[in-house]
Structure formats: C-alpha cells, structure tokens
Design a protein around this ligand. Structure first.
Ligand SMILES: NC(=O)c1ccc[n+]([C@@H]2O[C@H](COP(=O)([O-])OP(=O)(O)OC[C@H]3O[C@@H](n4cnc5c(N)ncnc54)[C@H](OP(=O)(O)O)[C@@H]3O)[C@@H](O)[C@H]2O)c1
Length: 223
C-alpha cells in the first residue's frame, strides 16, 4: 500500500514542489492551501484550507475525515510580516502566530491519532528562528513564531517519544520563492524551491529513523 503524505501550504513556492515530488514517488499526496489550482498535477489531491479561519481545527478534521492513516505530515505553510517592530499591528502578529504556530498545533492534534510507529512529522521553520543565528530587523513577528515552532518540535518529541512517530524541524535558509521576494526584494537566494523540496522529501521519507526532536539548520547563508 502506498504511503500517505499531507503537505500544509502547497499552492506555491516550496510546498508546490513538495506535493509534485511526493506524488512523483507514488505517495498518496494531499496538498492544502487557499489558492490551489486544480488539475495542475493530477496525482495530487488538492484541498482548500484557510489556516486563518477561526474554525481551522474542525475544517481540517472534516477535510481529512476519509483519510485513515497518515505516514508523513509536512507543516510547510508560512506567513511573513516584514515591518519595523513599532509598526507591527495586532493583525500582523496574530497572522504570523496563527499560520506558523497555532494552526500547526491544532492540525497536529488531529493527525497524530492517525499516525503509526514509523511515521514522520516535519516542521518547516526558518534559520531566523534558530537560536544564535543572525537576526534581521523587521522580522520580530515572523522569526519569533518560527522560534516557537522549534520549541514546539522539542516539546512534542518528548511527549510522543514512545509512539514511534519521529518529529523534527528543518530551519531553512534563503530559498528563491515569492515569500523571499516579498521579504527581501532583489535578494538572490542560493537555492530554488525544487532543490530544497528534493532535500525535504528525502529527509521526510528516509531519515525519520535517524532523527527525533532535532532542530536542523538547512542553510548555507543567512538573508
Ligand atoms: N523562502 C525562504 O527563503 C524561506 C526561508 C526560511 C523558511 N521558509 C519557510 O518555508 C515555508 C515555505 O516557504 P515559501 O517561501 O515556499 O513560502 P510561500 O511561497 O509564501 O508559500 C507559503 C505557502 O503557505 C500557504 N499559506 C500561507 N497562509 C496560509 C493560510 N492562511 N491558509 C492556508 N495556507 C496558507 C500558502 O498558500 P495560500 O496563500 O495559497 O493559502 C503557500 O502555499 C514557510 O513555512 C516559510 O516560512 C522559507
């Protein structure tokens, strides 16, 4: 039986490549986002989901009610606000935390009961949320939310250490996506989405047995 993977945040950038590459490996692939183009990859099940919805937990529960077993869960969705700290609005801060942390917690609560020993949860954080990395002005809401994802990984790894489910976090450096272009216009990142997706797919499928509760910087630079 083919394995099942859920990619949260699958409409563009790294997530779009992830669903494409997982499906090419014959995994039963489900991609979630707001702006999915149906038919762009017939092997991917595209499911509309808004992580900012106040009913996100029940929306997601309904969306995956027919899925009995989840082998891989990739928390790839991200929201960024780039503004001087004193100008950040409550909405900017809320949206960063809702998409990057709170929805991750609620979605994971729904998924874990459907995951068996040998499955793997991968959090996609940022090098900006990695302790001791260079920090940049304007990213207080985004990078603190990504740091929370790092901490969440360590806490879940401890809580589920006897389940056989591996839980790890990849802190990505710069990748040339729409998000990167919005955050740092004109910056040329060292990696394309397809390259980094290839690494994430391999890490997810082949490395769960070697890593658990690990926070891994995947970066050759710091934007
Ligand atoms: N690119 C980089 O240099 C870089 C560096 C470090 C970390 N990362 C992390 O890597 C991940 C992917 O980044 P990316 O550059 O590929 O970003 P991106 O191009 O902006 O894509 C973000 C994805 O998240 C989804 N998303 C955002 N808000 C959502 C919402 N409310 N509901 C549902 N889905 C939502 C988007 O879908 P819709 O808008 O269609 O809903 C999209 O599919 C993110 O977690 C990001 O923080 C990226």
């Amino acid at each position: 039986m083919s394995k099942t993977v859920l990619v949260i945040g699958a409409s563009r950038g790294i997530g779009k490549e992830l669903v494409h590459q997982f499906a090419a490996k014959d995994l039963e692939t489900f991609g979630f986002a707001r702006n999915l183009q149906n038919g762009s990859d017939n092997k991917v099940h595209s499911i509309h989901l808004d992580l900012l919805s106040p009913t996100i937990k029940s929306d997601f529960e309904k969306a995956i009610s027919e899925i009995d077993q989840i082998d891989y869960l990739i928390h790839n969705a991200g929201f960024i606000a780039v503004k001087p700290f004193l100008e950040l609005t409550r909405e900017d801060i809320h949206n960063c935390y809702q998409v990057n942390v709170l929805s991750v917690m609620e979605i994971t609560q729904i998924c874990i009961p459907k995951m068996k020993s040998g499955s793997h949860i991968v959090m996609i954080s940022s090098i900006g949320g990695f302790q001791g990395s260079s920090k940049f002005p304007g990213l207080a809401a985004y990078s603190t939310s990504k740091a929370a994802l790092v901490s969440l990984t360590e806490l879940l790894a401890e809580e589920f250490k006897n389940s056989g489910i591996s839980i790890n976090c990849l802190c990505l450096g710069a990748v040339q996506t729409e998000m990167m272009e919005e955050a740092f216009p004109g910056y040329k990142a060292p990696h394309q989405p397809a390259e980094i997706a290839e690494f994430i797919v391999d890490f997810t499928m082949n490395n769960g047995k070697y890593f658990h509760g690990k926070i891994i910087p995947v970066s050759v630079s710091n934007p």
